[in-house]
Design a protein around this ligand. Structure first.
Ligand SMILES: CC(C)(COP(=O)(O)OP(=O)(O)OC[C@H]1O[C@@H](n2cnc3c(N)ncnc32)[C@H](O)[C@@H]1OP(=O)(O)O)[C@@H](O)C(=O)NCCC(=O)NCCS
Length: 165
């Protein structure tokens, strides 16, 4: 399947919902990451990426939200690939596309909740103990970050909240 990447546009929303539902199934809204997104995180459409198949249909999505924890942060997720398109490198490619967009869009680091084994090839590592918390339970081994500019993590500290501006 040939996939092209694009910034997310409002018109993708319905197809993205369908991909998220197929990929995550029930329980999608129970995640602590959803609490972050509910609490005033700002969805950055221009930094979020979709993967489109030859017919122009959404087969994968990686969203970026602006949040704050001592300093501005990009919060990555949800990341989802349609089950029919999984295991072909699309998930990691979407993550890399978002990293490139965030790097061009500012100096804030990226934080996410996910499997370190999956995100490590893109440069993510486990957040050191007690540096960042979320508004709900999270396995500390799954709280990951990525510095995009030297020193970009220095002021990151505390609970993730809505962006200050
Ligand atoms: C996670 C997901 C986006 C990966 O998409 P993908 O296009 O299949 O990813 P890639 O092809 O780039 O990478 C596949 C690798 O990711 C691994 N992987 C998939 N889901 C994983 C998970 N939840 N935890 C750890 N590794 C995972 C696969 O085992 C595979 O590893 P391998 O290459 O060693 O076999 C996709 O499986 C998905 O949408 N899952 C449901 C939603 C979800 O869990 N999202 C992630 C939340 S952080």
């Amino acid at each position: 399947m040939a996939v092209t990447f694009s910034a997310e546009k409002p018109g993708h929303a319905a197809q993205i919902e369908a991909v998220l539902n197929r990929a995550f199934g029930p329980g999608r809204f129970a995640k602590t990451s959803e609490r972050v997104r509910e609490r005033g995180a700002r969805h950055e459409l221009a930094l979020s990426r979709v993967g489109l198949n030859e017919a122009g249909e959404v087969v994968g999505v990686c969203r970026i939200y602006a949040v704050h924890a001592g300093a501005p942060i990009f919060f990555l997720g949800p990341l989802a690939v349609d089950p029919r398109a999984q295991q072909a490198g699309l998930g990691l490619a979407l993550v890399r596309e978002c990293i490139t967009a965030c790097r061009a869009g500012g100096s804030a680091p990226i934080v996410l909740v996910g499997a370190e084994s999956f995100f490590r090839p893109a440069g993510f590592s486990v957040v050191p103990k007690d540096r960042v918390s979320l508004p709900g339970p999270v396995d500390p081994a799954r709280l990951l970050w990525l510095e995009l500019r030297p020193g970009g993590l220095d002021k990151v500290q505390g609970e993730v909240t809505a962006p200050l501006r």
